[in-house]
Design a protein around this ligand. Sequence first.
Ligand code: SF4
Length: 360
Amino acid sequence: MNGKIDKDLLTHLINEVNSMVTEEIKIMEVCGTHTQMIAKLGLKTLLSSKIKLLSGPGCPVCVTEEKYIDRAIEILNKYDVTLATFGDLIKVRGSKVSLQEEKSRGKDVRIVYSPLDLIDMAEKNRGKQIVFLGVGFETTAPIIALAIKTAYDRGIDNLYFLTSIKLMSPVLHYIMKEANSQIHGLICPGHVATVKGSDYFKFINREYLIPAAVCGFEAIDIVGGIYYLVKQITQKRENAFQNLYKRCVSSQGNINANMLLDEVFDILDGEWRGIGNIEKSSLQINKKYARFDALNLFVVENQDVKVSMNCECKDILLGKKTPEECKLFMMGCNPRSPQGPCMVSTEGACAIAHRYGGGS
Ligand code: SF4
């Protein structure tokens, strides 16, 4: 498809969507990359104001609990370790400070781009204990699982994992059931579907009677997905479900990646920043690989942290508000001085809204 046809098709689909809408329609997208493309295209201003596009809890850094960051900082301060992490996480505050602040005080905090780099780091620094902060969703979980399994297979004994890996389907159940039953359609996260398969998201229309579509990340994928959803919603086809990302997503997903997840992790309850505990929503290192679990070696106080959040990330993660509806947005909260995790991560809804602007 060339640029001109692409642009013409996008314009045509947007016009079609706008002509179909007669009353307010709320569509949630869950993936930060979708949020970014929506903002980049300026869809919130191109589409009818009756269509509300809401971001969900798909930014891994945004949903990582304060207690987790506090534990990482406690390990860093109590033990002689190297802490390795993905870049975005370094800026997120726990209940008091961020890893970045600790690094600027001379603590050994390093950024890695793949958990597999850790294997190299651990093998070259046998005298050093390395702790990796493994956060993310089903998308990054297989590569973390592979790093743990590789460390096991190679007999590496100086590498540990402090994990906070979340599952997408339990949080979507939570949103639909308890937090926000006002959503009319869902753009399912294409990245998670690549691993778990499109069938993983079929429960959305089966149980909650709203249309859902697995979408890719090109402009035409997103606009096509919105067109599909609005058409189903306006024609009252509640049980519609489509995998619109078949070039990358099969119905069953990546079998090898899922076998790896089953091999290394158990599914247990999980703590979500701003949301709280959600049943069976996290992946935890299982018994076979327990010696790689940092919490089995490093003793940290298991205190519950009461954090006063002046920001409204919780409502944004649950799709109840847009960033522009937070009174601190651009008025004291910006990427240089973030007041909440949604402004810290490049995948956070507030940071994206700040970067691209656009209406609510
Ligand atoms: Fe929180 Fe800032 Fe977003 Fe408001 S704009 S919800 S304060 S991160």
